[in-house]
Design a protein around this ligand. Structure first.
Ligand code: PMP
Length: 400
């Protein structure tokens, strides 16, 4: 009965890895997927995660029963604190409902399904460009997706004018997807002053902010620093949605651990919202997995483990900054035509190189370097040993 089924295209990001895996070249390099790699090019399990797992294994009182629909209570509380701040008045006033979800993607999807069911305004504005999965997540949840201007290819910076104009002409109540920090794929974030402008516009038009926080700890070098955009919005007392992921900042990619928080105006509303979130989750996957959330709560609730985590997180972020510097220097040393200073200015895991699809294809064919066709490079996939190869490839792509 499925004889005529059409073959679906590969995912634009995960498909890069599929192509990479098929390439027998010994010099091949995967800069597609946003996963951290060590200087040796290996995946990294944080030491603090190993320690937390050891504690969990040794605790014989732990069982494998189902979690509640909303997940692990400790994990939810600690996740809200991590993004909103330990002294957040919204948390103290019980204005926040947090549910454990399947990493960032699952948190976005549950939030989107809730909105499609309970919110009068079905249009969501996402930045152009944005992480490729956003459009699909929101469309499939039943929302209409529109874009707002974000990146200016000429300045390789934020198009704040375009952003404010587009959100300014959005219909009242529309949902606005914002990257909390380390915008993917551009690596360009608003300054705090620009965030304040965005916040004022969003509130004055009664738009609904939906933050995607997938890189807390990778932008400013501090967890609190990277939560400032979100805290600015929550601080004004208005509603706000936040999807958090622990994939990158704890390296828990495959554990699928994340959280959706919805900040409401009263505690009573928050508790009613939570009751409806349960109705979204129960028929979708019933309840979330226990292991990843237990690791995260063990780390967040213990001062020593928490401190160790912040150091390991900083080390990952710093290595990425070193790679930016090395790649920039290598291109300068080769006299590669063009201004490459955006490599060191951009923030987070990615560099939005400005290379065209044609140049990307050339680099893949001739140099076995794999990246997404929009020219995005995952800096975490680089090492001192592979920077020269990448610089040679970019130089050749630009000059041939
Ligand atoms: N949002 C953004 C902007 C991302 O880059 C990612 C990961 N690539 C996610 C959300 C979700 O990732 P995950 O589901 O693995 O947490």
């Amino acid at each position: 009965i499925f004889a005529n089924i059409l073959r679906a295209p590969e995912d634009p990001i995960l498909g890069v890895t599929v192509a990479y895996n098929k390439d027998p070249s010994p010099v091949k390099l995967n800069l597609g997927v946003g996963a951290y790699r060590t200087e040796e090019g290996k995946p990294l399990v944080l030491n603090v995660v190993r320690r937390a797992e050891q504690l969990l294994v040794n605790d014989r009182s732990r069982v494998k029963e189902y979690l509640p629909i909303v997940g692990l209570a400790d994990f939810n509380k600690l996740s809200a604190k991590l993004i909103l701040g330990a002294d957040s008045p919204a948390i103290k006033g019980n204005l926040v409902t947090t549910v454990q979800c399947l990493s960032g993607t699952g948190s976005l999807r549950v939030g989107a399904e809730f909105l499609a069911k309970h919110y009068y305004q079905r249009t969501i504005y996402i930045p152009n460009p944005t992480w490729g999965n956003h459009t699909k997540i929101f469309n499939l949840a039943g929302l209409t997706v529109k874009t707002y201007r974000y990146y200016d290819p000429l300045t390789r910076g934020l198009n704040i004018q375009g952003l404010l104009e587009d959100l300014g002409s959005a219909p009242s109540g529309a949902i606005v997807l914002l990257h909390a920090c380390a915008h993917n794929p551009t690596g360009v974030d608003p300054t705090l002053e620009q965030w304040e402008q965005i916040r004022r516009l969003i509130r004055s038009k009664s738009l609904l902010p939906f933050f995607d926080s997938a890189y807390q700890g990778f932008a400013s070098g501090s967890l609190d620093g990277d939560a400032q955009s979100v805290r600015m919005f929550v601080g004004d007392g208005g509603e706000c949605f936040i999807a958090q992921s622990y994939a990158k900042n704890m390296g828990l990619y495959g554990e699928r651990v994340g959280a959706l928080s919805i900040v409401c105006r009263t505690a009573d509303v928050a508790s009613r919202v939570e009751s409806q979130l349960k109705l979204v989750i129960r028929p979708m996957y019933s309840s979330p997995p226990i292991h990843g959330a237990s690791i995260v709560s063990a780390i967040l609730k213990d001062r020593n483990l928490y401190n160790e985590w912040t150091l390991e997180l900083k080390a990952m972020a710093d290595r990425i900054i070193t790679m930016r510097k090395q790649l920039f220097d290598a291109l300068c040393a080769r006299g590669t035509p063009g201004d490459w200073s955006h490599i060191i200015k951009q923030i987070g895991m990615f560099t939005f190189t400005g290379l065209s699809t044609k140049q990307v294809m050339f680099m893949t064919k001739e140099y076995h370097i794999y990246l997404t066709s929009d020219g995005r490079i995952s800096m975490a996939g680089l090492s001192s040993g592979t920077v020269p190869h990448l610089a040679d490839a970019i130089h050749a792509a630009v000059t041939t």
